[in-house]
Design a protein around this ligand. Structure first.
Ligand SMILES: Cc1ncc(COP(=O)(O)O)c(C=O)c1O
Length: 373
């Protein structure tokens, strides 16, 4: 067992894929705290105020003593925010995706998912009783081809995509996805992890304006992680009431796990209020301005996730290391997080950056890359 583990670790080192834990150091260019909410003083005060009277732990699963008024309040509030009948709060986005995909698609069903869908969706599918097939990234013709082939064979069809892809920062064609879901009578699951807080009316994400406002949640489920732009931790699943009831009754990751700490619900609630307010809009505008400026200097699609693709694993680690030494906290992303041959630095922009930061980084990055060639 240990010989096998050591062999794998040696291989990873040789390939430039060995990972170790590194404390934050230098200018933050790698977190998902896109709006700078993680350090918001109002959230800190809300945590202190909560702990003056509230318990630290939930002390049980949601179906036992772990369901608190704080969870209930957040779920009612977020249903109003995202315009759905009900929501369900989970401790992490990974758990929520895993719960969705191990619970809803069942034997006889087929799931069609974008090849770049997050590991939490793919791991859920591996454990699901449904069959699953991937389609090429954002290729709607390939998806339609699969829909045509599977429609008559499958009991239910589920389509899974992200609205903003976590490693490339590009957007999914949500309206086309929904149109295909309607045409082939499929259910659509959209992971809004990197869109929530950043895009859409009041930062509600992209599906809100493109689908939910007009079409509701009859054939749609959205997932909003709370550890990225919301700045806390957890995830909110938005759906119609039947789906939420079904999750509560049958989802093993929901049933057999301790509820999220109640303070998590308090902070997510507070953060969402700020994100929806004028202050949230100002933070978003600042972020988008930084995105535009970064695009001028480094190219790309102008989003808040900028993939600086270097290709080679080892080279990405070396370039990241040089930039870290100059005070830029940027990390190398290698397979299996991204496809083979597309190792990169994932530049993650946030509202706390200014033009000087970006200018300094762009200069240092270009120098580091030219030195490496
Ligand atoms: C698209 C996407 N979905 C889900 C997750 C998992 O969310 P969490 O970090 O809250 O577990 C992530 C995290 O990186 C993600 O990028």
């Amino acid at each position: 067992m240990f010989a096998h583990a050591r062999k794998i670790l040696r291989q990873l080192k040789k390939q430039g894929r060995y990972r170790s834990l590194t404390l934050p150091c230098g200018l933050d260019l790698s977190s998902n705290d896109y709006l700078g909410m993680a350090s918001h003083p109002i959230l800190r005060e809300a945590a202190i105020a909560y702990f003056k009277e509230g318990n630290a732990g939930a002390s049980g699963s949601r179906l036992l003593r772990g369901h608190t008024q704080r969870h209930q309040e957040l779920e009612a509030f977020s249903a109003g925010v995202f315009g759905c009948e009900r929501t369900l709060f989970f401790a992490t986005g990974f758990q929520a995706n895993y719960a969705l995909l191990t619970t809803l698609p069942d034997r006889g069903d087929v799931v069609l998912y974008d090849e770049f869908a997050h590991a939490s969706m793919r791991d859920g599918l591996m454990a699901s009783r449904a069959k699953s097939f991937k389609f090429s990234h954002n290729d709607m013709d390939a998806l339609e081809e699969l829909l045509k082939r599977q429609r008559d064979k499958a009991r239910n069809i589920w389509i899974c995509a992200e609205s903003v892809y976590s490693m490339d920062g590009d957007l999914a064609p949500l309206s086309v996805l929904y149109e295909l879901a309607e045409r082939y009578d499929a259910m659509l699951i959209i992971d809004e992890a990197h869109a929530t807080g950043v895009f859409g009316e009041g930062g509600r994400g992209l599906a809100y304006g493109e689908i939910c406002k007009n079409m509701g949640y009859e054939r749609l489920i959205t997932l909003h992680t709370c550890g990225k732009a919301i700045g806390v931790a957890g995830a909110i699943i938005c759906a119609n009431g039947d789906i939420i009831d079904y999750m509560i009754n049958t989802s093993r990751p929901f049933i057999f796990s301790t509820a999220p700490m109640p303070v998590q619900a308090v902070l997510v609630h507070k953060s969402l209020e700020i994100i929806l307010s004028t202050e949230g809009a100002k933070r978003r505008e600042k972020l988008h301005e930084i995105c535009r400026y970064t695009q001028q200097l480094l190219g790309g699609h102008g989003g808040h996730i900028v993939p600086l693709i270097l290709g080679d694993d080892m080279r990405s680690v070396e370039v990241a290391g040089q930039l870290q030494k100059q005070g830029y906290d940027i990390r190398a992303i290698r397979p299996p997080s991204v496809p083979q041959g597309t190792a990169r630095l994932r530049l993650s922009l946030s509202a706390h950056l200014n033009r000087e930061n970006i200018e300094g980084f762009a200069g240092a990055y270009k120098k580091a890359v030219s030195r490496q060639v």
